[in-house]
Design a protein around this ligand. Structure first.
Ligand code: GLA
Length: 744
């Protein structure tokens, strides 16, 4: 039975009379306030440090009047007036910044909605009908000028961070199905200007999370995935500032992220009149969603916010929002346990004795969760076979998984398992039985990647199979954690079992089923935690984050490369979800040798895991690891929940990098410093801390490496921020870390 789950914004569509309401916000922060002035028809959302103002203009369009830093309630906004057309070539529908605009009536900028009706008509012009305000939620209903097509714009304001969650619901109240050819959650309109800078994230396998920047010029930049999944090539996040003026902690930054794990697009467009618009939703490429009579289509959520405190301020808001409002169990999401994963140690060669022996060693260093990776099921000896056959391999585990799980529990760890549910190897019983279960265009080749094909999860029978085997696995075994992998992207995305006009619904229905399986599994097995992995960080977004507790940012576990990868990751996502394993040296990626301490310090900036072959460790490695794991436990709440300051980024081949995290209660700060290589005997740069209570006293202590001689053991927050701290770092690939503790 599928639960009636809210796969999107959890926002509701209410009909009724507008009221001005104050949020009964769940947090202690100032409540969000949504207001509507009937005399001017102006809406205003004030949340934390952000204000969004919209007005219904004379054409019934919902026009953006302002988005950015918080404005005083005294600032008055007059009735919205559509922009005049620029000429006979640019009509008002194109020149007026609108919150949600359909393709019709001569629109030439990116539309939020485009529909083809069965009679061939493709014109759609939406006008305001009504609205509802319910605490921190606003719903605005619009309707086409002649057809029974309704669109509800939904806004939900987060009182604590000012982040707005937007979505749109299209309702077909006509007598026939129609095809949605393009749809977005809505458009963010920036104050008009020509001096904007866009930052975004790009990557590839083993090289995810590179920060890019470029001016927003006339024209359009489209960040996207056509892969059927989030992808690493672009990640659905953006940040924009003016004149390239915002740095880590200063300057205004508008930012946003799309919560969708399928093909997606975010377009950033500077139109002919220099209006900058950011529109986001499922990718319009190869898109087409058949919406039948009486059906509703809800878009993925597009989140947006504003920080006056630079790009660092923007990511601190996102981190807080993710932990407090998105992650499973929010606002009480759990801290990540220290885990061990067998992949880099054993590859596919897992068996009962080998895993038990690794588990014994992992337990000795303070690991709390033992995870067996790929290789335990079907006829899985390598990546050529087995995916789809989710029975325990009888040669490797003659007594099932129970003896290993019992052993892991006896060592006071919980047990986790790798799965890749949406995939099948042609060499599997499942494929031999159900060759029609894969995405395919009949009569065309099936393009394999890593010797596997993608199951069509949009099909109800495939969904039932995938849910069924996972549910059984979790019922029959005491499993606390699934590492859910996804090691290729789509090809030949056909769905021949449904009528041709419905085939492209696969882009949406696949992802809805993916989310619904995660949701239902979590409901049925509440203690199970899930990691989203896709050959590394190819499925990380605010959509999947609602159903998964952590993510695997990259298969690249080189602790030096990881500094840049992790730096990029944290622009959009909280370190609380960022798994980072300590693996063997030299590392398989670059053949780079790094000390065990360096590898630990790199990983301790996120959620610590160990992925090394413990069978090859020497006694002194165990001693170092034990000590580092213990220290990590004393700072993990700060690292996973605190406010992250990038004091010096590893971007642009910087020789040094430094992060600082201040705990939520302000009592602890943790600093990690890394040196690539000393040059010409220059000292390591002085470290100036941020985010401390200037009047309070803090004691400092190094827990790896050395502070410079003469560093006081205690000083004020002001001293640590303004005088700064020297550390003793020189040589190649050196690292150190220290903490500050506030005196009570
Ligand atoms: C992917 C993951 C790895 C590992 C392998 C197993 O590449 O990212 O961590 O689980 O699959 O096949």
């Amino acid at each position: 039975m599928m639960r009636n789950f809210a796969w999107l914004c959890r926002a509701v569509v209410l009909l009724g009379i507008s009221v001005v309401a104050t949020s009964q916000a769940q947090t202690k922060a100032a409540p969000a306030l949504i207001g509507f002035d009937p005399s001017t028809k102006v809406f205003r959302i004030n949340a934390a440090d952000t204000t969004l103002v919209m007005g219904i203009n004379e054409s019934g369009q919902v026009q953006t009047l302002y988005w950015g830093e918080h404005l005083s309630a005294k600032d008055h906004f007059a009735v919205a007036k559509a922009m005049p057309g620029a000429s006979s070539f640019d009509l008002p529908v194109t020149t007026t910044p609108q919150e949600f605009v359909a393709w019709g009536g001569g629109l030439f900028v990116e539309p939020d909605l485009k529909i083809t009706f069965p009679d061939g008509n493709r014109d759609l012009v939406l006008k305001y009908v009504s609205h509802t305000i319910d605490a921190n939620r606003l719903s605005i209903v619009m309707k086409d000028i002649s057809r029974e097509v309704y669109v509800t714009l939904q806004y939900e304001a987060d009182a604590e961070t000012g982040i707005l969650r937007r979505s749109a619901v299209v309702e077909n109240r006509t007598e026939a199905p129609f095809t949605i050819e393009q749809i977005a959650a809505g458009t963010w309109n920036l104050p008009r200007g020509t001096d904007y800078r866009l930052r975004y994230l790009t990557g590839r396998w083993a090289g995810e999370w590179s920060l890019q920047e470029q001016p927003v010029n006339p024209g359009k930049v489209v960040l996207e995935s056509r892969r059927g999944t989030t992808g690493a090539q672009n990640n659905p996040w953006f940040a924009i500032d003016r004149s390239g003026s915002a740095d880590q902690d200063e300057g205004g930054v508008w930012f946003g992220a799309l919560g969708w794990s399928g093909s997606w697009q975010i377009s950033v467009e500077q139109d002919a009149l220099q209006q900058v618009r950011i529109t986001g939703g499922p990718n319009a490429f190869d898109f087409g969603y058949l919406l039948k009579k009486g059906e509703r289509f809800q878009t993925p959520c597009f989140y947006g916010g504003y920080s006056a405190h630079g790009i660092g301020g923007a990511s601190r808001l996102l981190h807080r929002f993710e932990v407090n409002s998105l992650l499973p169990h929010h606002p009480d999401s759990k801290l990540r346990p220290v885990l061990y994963n067998s992949w880099e140690a054993t590859g596919f060669d897992v068996d009962e004795a080998g895993q038990m022996s690794l588990a014994e060693k992992a337990a000795k260093i303070g690991v709390e969760r033992f995870v067996m990776d790929d290789g335990w099921f079907g006829q899985r000896k390598n990546d050529h076979a087995g995916l789809g056959d989710w029975y325990v391999n009888p040669q490797k585990f003659p007594h099932g998984l129970k003896p290993l799980i019992d052993k892991v529990h006896s060592l006071k760890m919980d047990f986790g398992l790798w799965v890749e549910p949406e995939m099948v190897n042609p060499d599997s019983d499942l494929y031999r039985k159900h060759p029609d279960w894969v995405l395919e265009f009949p009569g065309r080749p099936h393009t394999e990647a890593r010797h596997q094909l993608v199951l069509n999860l949009a099909r109800p029978d495939v969904r039932a199979y995938v849910y069924g085997f996972l549910d059984k696995l979790l019922k029959e075994n005491d499993i606390s954690f699934l590492k859910w992998d996804y090691n290729r992207n789509w090809s030949e995305p056909g769905w021949p079992a449904v009528p041709q006009e419905q085939e492209k619904n696969v882009y949406i229905d696949f992802i809805r089923n993916y989310y619904s399986i995660l949701d239902e599994l979590r409901h049925e097995h509440p203690k199970v935690e899930i990691e989203s992995c896709s050959g590394g960080g190819s499925r990380v977004d605010l959509g999947v984050m609602q159903y998964t507790d952590e993510v695997w940012p990259s298969d690249n576990t080189d602790a030096y490369d990881r500094l840049l990868i992790q730096n990029g990751f944290t622009y959009a996502y909280t370190p609380a979800t960022m798994m980072a394993w300590v693996t063997d040296s030299p590392n398989w990626v670059n053949n780079r040798a790094l000390s065990l301490e360096y590898r630990f310090l790199s990983s301790m900036q996120g959620s610590l895991g160990i992925g090394a072959n413990l069978n090859q460790w020497k006694p002194e490695d165990f001693a170092t690891a034990r000590q580092m794991v213990e220290r990590y436990k004393s700072i993990r709440e700060t690292v996973q929940r605190g406010a992250l300051y990038r004091l010096l980024t590893p971007e642009h081949n910087s020789e040094q990098s430094i992060t600082e995290t201040v705990s939520r209660d302000g009592d602890q700060a943790v600093v990690f410093a890394f040196l690539h290589s000393s040059q010409e005997n220059y000292p390591f740069p002085r470290i100036f801390l941020r985010g401390l209570d200037e009047g309070a006293t803090y004691s400092i202590s190094a827990f790896a490496g050395k502070l410079a001689e003469g560093t006081p053991t205690q000083a004020s927050g002001s001293y640590w921020e303004h005088h700064g701290i020297d550390v003793d770092l020189h040589g190649d690939f050196q690292a150190m870390a220290f903490t500050l503790k506030r005196s009570r």
